[in-house]
Every structure is written in C-alpha cells, then in structure tokens.
Design a protein around this ligand. Structure first.
Ligand code: C5P
Length: 225
C-alpha cells in the first residue's frame, strides 16, 4: 500500500500525441513528446496516488509505478479513458489530434502514372476532456485540461475552461520560440473558477510536482506545503 497524501486515490492521466492513420504505413501526428504527462504521473505516484497512464506513441520514458495503457488514435484513447472511469481525478495532458482521416484504407496509397494527388476527408475526433467533464454520472471530482496556445493564451484558455466544463486549465504558450513543446521546461498559468495564477517557468518535473501538490490539496482539503 502506498503512503502519502494521495494514498487510496485513483488518478487518470492522458499523455503524448495521438497518431491518426492515413493508410497502413502513414499517419498524422504532432510534436508532443509526452514528457509533461510522464512527469505528472511520477509526481502523483510519489504522493501515493494509484495512477492509470493512458499514452499515445510518445518519446518520453514511461512513468514508474503506474498502470500503463498504450493507444495510438484519439478514438482508442477515448475508449481507454472510458474503461478506466470512475477515478478521483483526471488530467488530460495528451495532445489529441483534432481530426482523423475518414476511410483510412487497408492498403498503401500508391502514386499513379498520371500524377494524381490524393485528397483526404477529415472527421472530427471525440473531445475526450469535454466528454469526461460533462458527464452526468461518474464525473471525476477534479478534471484538469491543458490549453496549448500560440496567442492570447490566457483569454483563450479561460474560454476553453468554461466551454469544455473542466475544473482547472493549465495554459501554456507553445509558440516555437518558447521551446516548450518537446522541450524540458514549461511555463504555465493555472486557471480555476477562483482565478488565474502564473507559475514561474521551470522544469517539467517541477511543474508536475507543484501540480501534484495542488491536486492533493484539492482532493483532501489538507494543505501540506
Ligand atoms: O481544444 P484543445 O485541443 O485546445 O484542448 C486541449 C485540452 O483538451 C487538452 O487537455 C487535451 O488533452 C484535451 N483534448 C482531449 N480530446 C481532444 C482534444 C483535446 O481530451 N479531442
């Protein structure tokens, strides 16, 4: 049995990118490394939580001491999340693709002698964070999303929190010059119903540890720091 303020609490984390197949050998992906999600999982385990880690194909090392469910697509990620509920808290750190390719084929798309260029129909993926946030039954006590933005970060993230119905949003600026997406550091702003708190830029581990402490406070009502 684990010790720590989160002992006995089950927490779900989604992490990494998703891959959306175009055909059996090609896919749509994004630059998420999964490092922030792995760091959050490790920080929660360190506080005694039981963690289920649902990850797309990420570069980051897997977290220690978690139940890991590896998925590829957004639709698989949604299924894994549904299968894991109920949980005490859920953190949606994955960079889920917004769309998948309609009718992704079972055979490789070939170039033609005429030089025809293939076109793809895209279909919107399920918004896993919004669906879990808006559940009538079995909603986690605490639902946390990320808002990776490149402009008007706080304004967009504040709107996102209400639109999706989650409790907290961690907003971050993923403009290429910040080096955050795929990098070792993060610079986040925590947005809750009671306000906006700018955290100093720090390693993804330090951000994860602070988040884990905030989660422990919220779930237990006990302030340990
Ligand atoms: O809408 P946007 O993609 O910017 O929202 C980001 C947040 O929503 C992240 O927490 C991400 O994990 C979550 N999300 C999700 N399912 C999607 C899209 C985003 O869970 N299809």
């Amino acid at each position: 049995l684990q010790n720590g303020p989160l002992a006995g609490r089950h927490i779900l984390i989604t992490s990494g990118p998703t891959h959306e197949p175009i055909d059996p050998v090609r896919y749509i992906a994004n630059r998420s490394s999964g490092s922030q999600g792995t760091a959050i999982a490790n920080a929660l385990v360190a506080l005694g939580a039981q963690v289920t880690f649902v990850t797309g194909p990420a570069r980051a090392a897997l977290p220690e001491g978690c139940r890991v469910i590896a998925v590829e697509t957004a639709r698989e990620m949604r299924q894994a999340v549904e299968d894991t509920l109920p949980v005490d808290a859920a953190i949606f750190a994955a960079a889920v693709a917004d769309w998948h390719v309609r009718n992704a084929g079972n055979s490789k798309i070939k170039k033609t002698a005429k030089g025809d260029i293939p076109t793809f129909d895209l279909v919107e993926n399920p918004d896993i964070l919004a669906q879990v946030s808006q559940r009538v039954t079995g909603r986690p006590d605490l639902v946390i999303g990320f808002a990776a933005e490149t402009n008007d970060v706080i304004a967009n993230a504040t709107k996102k929190r209400t639109r999706k119905g989650c409790d907290w949003i961690l907003a971050n600026d993923v403009s290429p010059e910040t080096g955050i997406m795929g990098g070792a550091e993060n610079d986040v702003t925590l947005i809750t119903s009671s306000g906006v708190t700018d955290w100093p830029r720090a390693s993804k581990q330090a951000v994860a540890q602070r988040l884990a402490r905030e989660i422990a406070k919220s779930l237990t009502g006990v302030h340990n720091d």
